[in-house]
Design a binder for this molecule. Sequence first.
Ligand code: THU
Length: 133
Amino acid sequence: MEEKEIQTWIKKAIKAREHAYAPYSKFLVGAVLMDETGREYTGVNVENTSYGLSSCAERNSIFSAVAQGMKKIALLCVVGDTEEPICPCGACRQVILEFATQDTKIILSNLQGKYEIYSIDDLLPKAFFVKRD
Ligand code: THU
């Protein structure tokens, strides 16, 4: 992927992040997802006064995309205000795996556009996965 294209995805995720609802942690996260047909979806973290009910931007982007017909993730870009590129939590990695392929590109970035690109195998090696037809 070209540098310019990567930075465009990061900008889209930063824009999505404006809608994050994180009054408890104050840690705002934005995600943008593209499916195998080229359709785009966004997600943000949504927290709750009952803290354990909070949901991450990555999972919210995936659940929203599935609700609108997404089958496979071509690309997922996540941003947060971190020194190094943000790292998805373990639960999100497992949910990404469910809809990822070998070709799925996962761009992790901070707000300055410092990024790393991974596959789901990089992020979740030796994953639990039950094959189905
Ligand atoms: N969070 C995300 O949305 N994605 C991540 O990759 C890391 C953590 C959220 C969960 C919670 O709302 C806040 O960030 C602090 O953990």
